[in-house]
Design a protein around this ligand. Structure first.
Ligand code: GTP
Ligand code: MG
Length: 356
């Protein structure tokens, strides 16, 4: 019997829960999956569910500060996010940092889930909501939906909180627009996971940033200067006859170049993108970040060590990384030092070897 294939019946979006450690992201993810009749496989990085109008991949991003690099990589390619804030505790510095990182990664549509509202009660919930609205305004938030929920009470079958969960799912359906997709552009897949298989093939995965791909096509790994064949395409384990922008894709790469795939690299249409170590950028940095300091740069799903220099009066900074990263003009990035986000930037252009 042939394997079941992925049937494209509704627009597909990728979203995620993010927020302070322990504020209820995993419980809310489970409650949303349950609401839509979807299983929650233990430990799976994404759950898949359908609403009346859409097919969603939902990532439960980590909240622990030491897992922030994984959170940043997971933000790339999201079409929207659920910012989870406990109604007991309200906004914390982590909430603010996660929102800043989401905005930097181009995640402009954020719905707030004010969780644990059943036990927090109305007065506490109102205080937490005021705090989160203030934070959103500071980040140019506008009319963001803030929905009071209680994922545990909804999972236990309490009708009031089940209705609140439905309202949250509706807010995501209506507030997060179906994005404009660039299907005609050259194929680009930033890699969030890479698994080398016995026998020489490699399974790589991520969210398709642009372009389309069909089984059997040649692709390039520009960071490794290698090429490979896209032998098989899958989403949530099901075979696909073609991948489109926005899809969660696991790709089986074969051929001599397949072993060169690395997390943070990209899989691209041959000749469509360059990987560079040096580039120019507009940056906004916290006070105290000085030229020559050891910094971490987060670009798409890549993380690289590097340094930054901005001569007095210069409009743009120059960045030098310890390894080549696939670059496009206008690519946003985050800058971190000692486990803290200390700035954001946008790539303005390449810097030729030995150039200014
Ligand atoms: N009463 C109640 N408890 C909740 C709710 N959401 C989460 N909890 C509890 O809060 C604790 C943390 O919830 P998680 O869902 O694991 O939080 P998290 O944000 O995924 O945590 P990290 O992944 O460690 O950042 C657990 O004991 C949950 O049962 C809620 O809506 N109501
Ligand atoms: Mg969790």
């Amino acid at each position: 019997m042939p394997e079941p294939a992925y049937a494209r019946t509704k627009p597909h979006l990728t979203i995620a829960t993010l927020g302070h450690r322990g504020h209820g992201k995993t419980t809310l993810t489970a409650a949303l999956a349950h609401l839509h009749g979807a299983p929650v496989p233990a430990g799976a990085p994404y759950v898949e569910y359908e609403t009346g109008t859409r097919h969603y991949a939902h990532a439960d991003l980590p909240g622990r500060p030491r897992r922030l690099p994984a959170l940043i990589a997971g933000l790339w390619g999201l079409d929207g996010a659920l910012l989870v804030v406990s109604a007991h505790d309200g906004v914390t510095p982590s909430t603010a940092e996660h929102l800043l990182l989401a905005r930097t990664a181009g995640v402009h549509h954020v719905v707030v889930a004010l969780t644990r509202a059943a036990s927090a009660g109305p007065a506490r919930s109102a205080r937490a909501e005021a705090g989160v609205r203030e934070l959103l305004t500071a980040h140019g938030g506008g009319h963001v939906p803030v929905v009071r929920t209680d994922a545990r009470a909804a999972l236990a079958g309490d009708p009031r909180w089940r209705a609140a969960l439905e309202a949250l799912a509706d807010a995501v359906d209506t507030y997060v627009p179906t994005p404009v997709r660039y299907a005609d552009a050259p194929f680009l897949l930033p890699l969030s996971h890479v698994r080398h298989l016995p026998g020489g093939a490699t399974a790589v995965g991520g969210t398709v940033e642009r372009g389309t791909l069909r089984p059997g096509e040649r692709v390039e790994l520009p960071g490794a200067r290698a090429s490979a064949t896209a032998a098989e395409l899958r989403t949530f384990g099901r075979l696909m006859d073609g991948a489109e922008p926005g899809d969660r894709l696991t790709l089986l790469l074969t051929g001599p170049g397949a072993r060169a795939a690395l997390r943070g690299d990209v899989v691209a249409a041959p000749g469509s993108i360059t990987s560079l170590r040096r580039f120019r950028a507009h940056v906004a940095l916290s006070a105290g970040v000085r030229a020559g300091q050891a910094l971490r740069f987060h670009l798409r799903t890549a993380e690289a060590a590097g340094t930054l220099a901005q001569p007095p009066g210069a409009a743009v900074a120059t960045v030098e990384l310890d390894r080549a990263v696939a670059l496009t003009r206008g690519l946003p990035f985050a800058v971190r030092r000692d486990g803290r986000t200390v700035g954001t930037g946008v790539v303005t252009g390449p810097l030729p070897a030995g150039g200014q």
